[in-house]
Design a protein around this ligand. Structure first.
Ligand code: PXP
Length: 245
């Protein structure tokens, strides 16, 4: 069975917004990811718009040819935005303004009505829905009772676990994935994954999609840094040559 690799390009926008320049452009990054074999592009439109902004999502909708997955909170304003822009999928995530990143999964058990309401509106608008949840049985069972047909298991605890606790966290993910599949939910996973720790998550038989962002952008930086320095060396040397004229 194939496994879809979706690249989250939020942190291309983080770098752009740090200076308020038009570059690096997330749309250009999305095209590069697709050309390199990504099966989809994921972005998180946060309420504080700290990285991806509304216009980015609109432009991505016009340019992404694979699959556009929009992560967002289950608020009326976000649901209205998604219904207008029409990504292929919405992943509902919890959101706290002060958090550095999405720290836990959506509490579907505790906020059943709100999650169900948002998911229903999105599905009625023709958008597939995924719920980003912790790998725990009650959350998986509650998710299966909503209109969402996919869950994304939060891999943060597995990624953050010390080596002794890793196998426990991995089996927790495996159990949740197996339960979800038995309830006919598609299973995605993501958060905190790196080239090293993704291998065991990709080996979980029920996982059909991975969403990975921060570590891809970090790897891209180191993969491209030497080339960037050489490019600047050449540009500076062209200036030096002009002096000699
Ligand atoms: N999946 C979801 C639902 C997320 O919220 C995030 C972070 O935005 C990711 C995956 C990607 O996490 P990371 O950037 O750590 O790879």
């Amino acid at each position: 069975m194939a496994i879809r690799l979706h690249v989250n390009i939020d942190h291309v926008a983080t770098l752009r917004n740090a200076r308020g320049t038009p570059y690096p452009d997330p749309v250009e990054a999305a095209l590069m990811c697709e050309r390199a074999g990504a099966d989809g592009i994921t972005v998180h439109l946060r309420e504080d718009r700290r990285h991806i902004v509304d216009r980015d999502v609109e432009r991505l909708r016009e340019t992404v040819g694979t699959w556009l997955n929009l992560e967002m909170a289950a608020t009326d304003a976000m649901v209205a935005f998604a219904a207008r822009v029409r990504p292929d999928m919405v992943t509902l995530v919890p959101e706290r303004r002060e958090e550095r990143t999405t720290e836990g999964g959506l509490d579907v058990v505790g906020h059943r009505a709100a999650v169900e309401g948002a998911a229903r509106k999105l599905v009625d608008a023709g958008i597939a829905v995924s719920l980003f949840i912790d790998p725990d049985e009650p959350q998986v069972r509650a998710s299966a009772e909503t209109p969402a047909r996919q869950i994304e298991l939060h891999t943060g605890d597995y990624c953050g676990a010390r080596s002794l606790a890793r196998p426990t966290e991995l089996s927790r993910l495996g159990r949740a994935a197996s339960l979800a599949r038995s309830l006919e939910l598609d299973v995605a996973a993501g958060h905190g994954l790196t080239r090293a720790n993704v291998v065991e998550v990709a080996a979980i038989p029920q996982v059909v999609e991975l969403n990975i962002g921060h570590a891809v952008v970090a790897d891209a930086l180191f993969g491209g840094l030497a080339r960037a320095v050489k490019g600047f060396r050449a540009a500076v040397d062209r200036g030096l040559a002009l002096r000699a004229r």
